[in-house]
Design a protein around this ligand. Structure first.
Ligand SMILES: C[S@@+](CC[C@H](N)C(=O)[O-])C[C@H]1O[C@@H](n2cnc3c(N)ncnc32)[C@H](O)[C@@H]1O
Ligand code: SF4
Length: 313
């Protein structure tokens, strides 16, 4: 109930009073990863690779909370690799092992966040105790391994099989190399007893453009998604969001990407997604971008999807 009132208050302040307060924060806790996916715009090595401290993540959480945010997504790099075993973290946690990912989830709840999310490549056992977990699956075995590295599909599936998280979901990043597996991944999610929902985005060209799907393929994937949704597949993207996603130019002036703020591993704060600063909104493929546009107009499908994805029932 408290959450409902807060969301209503947030909407009133932003829509009626014209404020720009984030509701969701994407906090990159590290650039370090155990995979090197073809399409990834985050992962780094050497001096460019930043790993936040426990105190750094607390600062980001508090900053975003004070700005208005109540939903946090811990991103990386691979979040399950994150640790801080410095003397400061040992003292702050009272644990000789220091802090791990679940220390951050607990910290977010203690600060007052209503909901926490972790996105993972599932190459390690899925131990995140966030309210929501997204596992990235970028195809069936061959296409996933082509995009994410040999053996990564089998490892991800074995960790999904072994995971008892009540709100385990799959996200697929659709590229020019894996789009043929779109329906196969949706079916895998529908039939897997441990998985609840499926969502997808199209590759966003921060780097190579050859991983982008053509407009015709994009449209064909969206047609498949609409058909699957109408036949009862647990697809998270709403019908209206899917129609918007067909051509990002159609909603470029209606975007409300400030609803999420982003804080990079090096501490850089962005008031909207990386695509905006990179000037590539015309090629945006983020399913969430379309859904946030709908949230702003209180589209019933988006409101329903937003409420159900965060409940474990
Ligand atoms: C950056 S990863 C971090 C979490 C974790 N390592 C994983 O792979 O799920 C989070 C999500 O961003 C997606 N992603 C990475 N680069 C992307 C790009 N250029 N366009 C669209 N999605 C991208 C990944 O596929 C993944 O689903
Ligand atoms: S697993 Fe995630 S963070 Fe790592 S390289 Fe792949 S997309 Fe990037």
């Amino acid at each position: 109930m408290k959450e409902f009132f807060y969301y209503a208050w947030w909407f009133f302040q932003c829509k009626v009073l014209g404020r720009r307060k984030p509701l969701q924060s994407v906090i990159f806790i590290s650039d370090r990863c155990n995979l090197h996916c073809r399409h990834c715009f985050v992962v780094k090595e050497g001096p460019d690779c930043h790993i936040k401290t426990l105190a750094g993540v607390r600062r980001d959480l508090q900053y975003s909370y004070d700005a208005g945010s109540r939903i946090v997504d811990f991103e990386g790099g691979e979040p399950h690799l994150w640790r801080d075993d410095s003397p400061e973290a040992q003292a702050a946690t009272g644990n000789p092992a220091g802090a791990d990912l679940n220390t951050l989830v607990a910290m977010a709840r203690e600060i007052g966040y209503f909901s926490t999310t972790v996105t993972t490549n599932a190459q390690l056992p899925i131990t995140a105790q966030s309210d929501l977990v997204w596992v990235s699956l970028d195809g069936l075995q061959e296409a996933h391994d082509d995009q994410r590295g040999s053996g990564s599909f089998e490892r991800a599936l074995s960790h999904i099989d072994a995971c008892d998280h009540p709100n385990l979901n799959v996200n697929m990043t659709v590229t020019s190399r894996n789009f043929n597996d779109f329906e196969g991944v949706a079916r895998l999610v529908k039939e897997h007893p441990k998985l609840r929902r499926f969502s997808f985005s199209f590759y966003v060209p921060y780097q190579a453009r050859e991983l982008m799907v053509t407009p015709e393929t994009r449209s064909a994937v969206i047609d498949i998604a609409l058909r699957l949704k109408q036949t009862g597949y647990p697809l998270m993207n709403s019908e209206a969001g899917l129609k918007l996603l067909r051509d990002p130019k159609n909603y470029i002036g209606k975007r409300q990407c400030w609803i999420s703020n982003f804080i990079n591993s090096d501490g850089t704060r962005l008031a909207a997604c990386h695509g905006e600063s990179a000037g590539i909104c015309e090629d945006c493929g983020f399913g969430m971008g379309a859904e946030m546009t709908l949230l702003w107009s209180l589209h019933p499908a988006m409101v329903k999807a937003g409420l159900t994805v965060r409940s474990a029932k």
